[in-house]
Design a protein around this ligand. Structure first.
Ligand code: NDP
Length: 512
């Protein structure tokens, strides 16, 4: 195991074109396809992070079989004992935090301070869910009949298909796999093709932590091959997916034919509202961190600042001055503020929104890819700000997933609420104000799964539910104890110790 980690952490550039394998039934194996693909460092595409198996439907079938074989024993393992393995996994992640973080920066590009945060989220959810092994609360309630006991318990669903994006390549798989496993399900995990190394490192540690063979299976490869096969498999009873809204919709349609449980965490178009009484310096800090952190590639990234007109100019001045100073570069350099975008296609997509934005608002800063000096071989894009954007403009409506911020002036609080809510997504929102009444109104009025007061749109903690309204999802939540709902069936149990037949709703009614 440490060989992989040593490689990942030893040098700033991984420089290794080592070929990695799938993990099925506790063994590292090649794909049936005989094909591999490369993962590249987005800060320098000449740097090959590694080669990975291009898995296919036959690999998925083997992984599902392994998960099926492992299920009876894992299900029968007492939940506190399952939890102990999660604790060990969390501790291993903590022991290897720095190496995991640097490996993540090499493959995904986020600056290493943020990569450490990503790993920390994985550790936090492992420990939280390990504790669920001793909680996993159901209800014990009085019965309406005498000498009768009534309670509910959670039970595992079966095999969980876990399909994840590249932007939180360790946190998101952990958010999904930890609750799935502690509740007694087994897992087939397909990571994004841009970050297979991060997934491999995680699964290495899971094996070392003691998850029994077949409990966790890793199949790398394309969405159309591996993802489809997981979704279509009749033996995978629950799918937990994070990614684009369009991909999520397709998955849900296909899974619906088999009545599978499907949890979807999808796109966002998150807004910070700045009211006229706000602390503008604090708001500037929050907006910059939310808009340009992770190069705007967080599902909770702020891409709209909705501002009351009297403070548009002073806020814009502060934003522009600060954003202009942000340093682009390799995320391994601790002085870098903004790392690369994930791949050249992302640079192209963000660039296409700049063309749209020029017709809708005024370009204040940035507006193009950054290729000077050391940036030439990476997927860098300059932090970009548009002003004078209207709420229904495309750049204020569509998820760009890059370092592009639109400033949307509005007349008052009511107009701000309308603008916040007038999008197809509903993940995260925030308000900067010193007026406690307006703060409480915003908490009530914003149609998002997460609301921040006097903070940016990012920074969720793992013990509260995470997810969004509208086209950000389908009503499920990750993290917190809400995450257990995705991976468990409820069972209501009645025990009658009266020694006679007692009919609910009949024998306890007074004769009329
Ligand atoms: P994608 O939808 O492109 O991919 C997500 C995952 O789905 C990848 O593993 C991908 O595989 C796989 N996939 C692609 N096609 C299929 C298919 N037909 N069947 C099954 N699986 C498939 O999203 P990104 O990875 O680009 O992630 C960015 C998106 O994720 C953004 O929209 C962002 O907002 C959202 N997101 C939402 C979060 C939330 O909690 N709401 C959190 C984080 C991100 P492959 O990589 O091989 O194509």
């Amino acid at each position: 195991m440490t060989e992989l980690l040593d490689q990942a952490g030893a040098t700033p550039q991984t420089g290794s074109s080592r070929t990695h394998q799938l993990f099925i039934a506790g063994e590292w194996v090649d794909s049936c396809s005989g094909e591999t693909f490369e993962s590249l460092n987005p800060a320098d595409r000449r740097d090959v992070v590694g080669r990975f198996q291009a898995g296919n439907a036959a690999d998925v079938a083997m992984a599902v079989k392994a998960a099926e074989m492992a299920l009876p024993r894992w299900k029968a393992t007492p939940a506190p004992k399952r939890g102990e393995i999660l604790y060990r996994f969390g501790q291993l992640m903590a022991d290897h935090k720095e190496r995991l973080s640097r490996a993540m920066t090499c493959e995904m590009g986020k600056v290493v301070a943020e990569a450490r945060g990503d790993v920390q989220e994985g550790i936090d959810i492992a420990f939280l869910m390990a504790g669920e092994g001793r909680r996993m609360f159901g209800d014990t309630v009085p019965s309406e009949l005498p000498d009768k006991w009534a309670m509910s318990i959670r039970q595992p669903i079966g095999i969980a298909g876990i399909i994840t994006p590249w932007n939180f390549p360790m946190a998101i798989p952990c958010w999904k796999m930890m609750p799935a496993l502690v509740t007694g399900n087994t897992v087939v995990f397909k990571p994004a093709s841009d970050t297979p190394h991060c997934a491999t490192l995680l699964v290495e540690l899971m094996a070392e932590a003691g998850f029994p063979p077949g409990t966790v299976n890793l199949v790398t490869g394309g969405g159309a091959e591996v993802g489809d096969a997981i979704v279509e498999s009749p033996d995978v009873q629950v799918i937990s997916f994070t990614g684009h809204t369009s991909t999520g919709k397709r998955i849900w349609e296909r899974a619906a034919k088999r009545l599978k449980r499907v949890s979807l965490e999808l796109g966002g178009k998150n807004a910070v509202v700045v009211l006229r009484d706000a602390d503008l310096d604090l708001a500037t800090d929050g907006i910059l961190w939310s808009a340009f952190g992770t190069t705007g590639q967080r599902c909770t990234a702020c891409s709209r600042v909705i501002v009351e007109r009297p403070v548009v100019e002073p806020l814009l001045e502060k934003l522009e001055a600060r954003a202009r100073k942000l340093r682009l570069g390799s995320g391994l350099d601790e002085s870098t503020d903004v790392g690369p975008l994930i791949n050249p296609a992302a640079v192209e997509k963000v660039g296409s929104y700049i063309d749209i934005g020029r017709t809708e608002g005024e370009l204040v800063l940035g507006g193009g890819s950054a290729t000077e000096g050391d940036l030439a071989h990476g997927n860098f894009f300059a932090p970009t700000i548009f002003s004078g954007v209207k709420p229904m403009d495309r750049i204020a409506q569509e998820e760009i997933f890059g370092p592009v911020l639109s400033v949307v002036p509005v007349d008052d609080y009511a107009a701000a609420v309308t603008a916040v809510n007038q999008v197809r997504y509903g993940l995260s929102s925030s308000v900067f104000t010193r007026d406690v009444n307006l703060a409480f109104r915003a908490m009530r009025d914003f149609e998002t799964g997460i609301v921040y007061v006097n903070a940016g749109t990012t920074g969720a903690e793992v013990h509260l539910p995470f997810g969004g309204w509208k086209e950000t999802g389908n009503g499920h939540r990750e993290a917190g104890h809400a995450a257990l709902d995705t991976f468990t069936e409820w069972k209501a149990i009645y025990v009658d110790f009266s020694g006679r037949l007692q009919r609910a709703q009949i024998d306890n009614q007074e004769p009329g």
